[in-house]
Design a protein around this ligand. Structure first.
Ligand code: NAD
Length: 349
């Protein structure tokens, strides 16, 4: 039986990497009936919105989607189509494994950590007021002179509800994947209410796992230092939205760059798999960029579907091609194109 899966080809380099990724999935032997749905800047011209209802309905119906990157159109009212998809479908976990493959250009060895980023709140919720607006004036008044007059204001919100579910996911993931430790990261020494609530909730959840999975806390600034000095010390990292966004790129840098960094957005029963990188418009149509980040996102998708054998064969094929260095893209020090690197992975499979 074939899995029915929504496929969003996206913008910029999206369609090229999506096409080769579909072929790689086919080469694993797992049968997929792709339902191709459009979202992004190109569809906006036709339908007046970068996120047509049909795209969301398809993902809701199929429950699983593979999504190539989408350009954030400027001046549409959409802060980001990607953020809107996560919000509409309540995909509250952003999972970003960062693992080093032999042969990538990196200063490090033995990095194998996973970022579990909260995906629905924090400063990403988009509650912002321009300077001199009625709302910002009101908040400035309430702040008792702590906020300067004429400030623009963003609201940071952290709830026990959202923290609990993402921390629980991090511990369950650690159990399932034989991980040893969860590190919660915040700036709770300064943001005592919001990040303090994140820690308080994380500690409460951690108690349920204390005989099985270790728990520790780090402040975000110290975590950045630790990650560039001793990344091998870290395992599963659970983190509020904005710090998670920044740490994900930092960790992608540890393991060879955006070309090899996969991701997944997960809700209770819907999952959207996508690379960490964006649509890199300057490389559009050049057959130049690395398809591995989306291919490894498809590997996460196969695991999610329970196709663990196909997923590990796919990862092995990617790892072999990277290690041999004969057919890799520019970011890994080679001269191969997107299609050629994808084809090399298919041949390994
Ligand atoms: P980007 O990730 O698209 O590209 C930044 C640079 O990273 C590129 O110029 C390139 O040098 C490198 N890079 C990215 N992907 C690569 C790959 N597969 N192989 C090799 N090198 C790669 O970031 P940006 O330029 O800041 O954003 C471009 C657009 O993408 C923006 O509109 C942004 O909003 C959007 N975006 C979308 C997503 C998403 O769809 N999830 C994520 C991030 C950014």
């Amino acid at each position: 039986m074939a899995y029915k899966i929504s496929l969003i080809p996206g913008d910029g380099i999206g369609p090229e990497i999506a096409e080769i990724t579909m072929k790689v999935v086919e080469a694993t032997g797992v049968k997929v009936d792709w339902e191709v749905v459009r979202a992004g800047v190109e569809i906006m011209a036709k339908e007046g919105t970068p996120l047509p209802l049909g795209a969301l309905e398809s993902i809701r119906r199929n429950r699983v989607a593979l999504k190539a990157p989408i350009t954030t159109p400027i001046g549409t009212g959409f802060r980001s189509v990607n953020v809107a998809i996560r919000k509409e479908l309540d995909l509250f976990v952003c999972l970003r494994p960062c693992k080093i493959y032999n042969g990538v250009r990196s200063r490090y060895e033995n990095v194998d950590l996973v970022i579990v980023r909260e995906n629905t709140e924090d400063l990403y919720a988009g509650v912002e007021y321009p300077q001199n607006s009625k709302e910002s004036q009101e908040i400035i008044r309430l702040s008792n002179s702590k906020i300067r007059e004429c400030s623009a204001i963003s609201i940071k919100s952290i709830s026990a509800f959202a923290t609990e579910r993402v921390v629980r996911y991090a511990f369950e993931y650690a159990l399932r994947c034989n991980r040893k430790k969860v590190t919660a990261v915040t700036k709770a020494n300064i943001m005592k209410c919001t990040d303090g609530l994140f820690y308080e909730t994380a500690r409460r959840i951690a108690r349920n796992y204390e005989d099985k999975i270790g728990y520790e806390e780090r402040l975000i600034d110290n975590m950045c230092l630790q990650l560039v000095q001793k990344p091998e010390l870290y395992d599963v990292i659970v983190v509020p939205n904005l710090y998670g966004d920044i740490l994900s790129d930092l960790c992608a840098g540890l393991v060879g760059g955006l070309g090899v960094a996969p991701g997944a957005n997960l809700g209770n029963d819907i999952a959207v798999f996508e690379a960490v990188h964006g649509s890199a418009p300057k490389y559009k149509g050049l057959n130049k960029v690395n398809p591995v980040a989306l291919i490894l996102s498809a590997k996460l998708m196969l695991e999610y579907l329970g196709e663990t054998n196909a997923a590990s064969r796919l990862e092995q094929a990617v790892s072999d091609v990277i290690m041999e260095k004969r057919c890799v893209t520019y970011d890994l020090g080679g001269t191969a194109g997107t299609k050629e690197m994808g084809q090399a992975i298919i041949e390994k499979l």
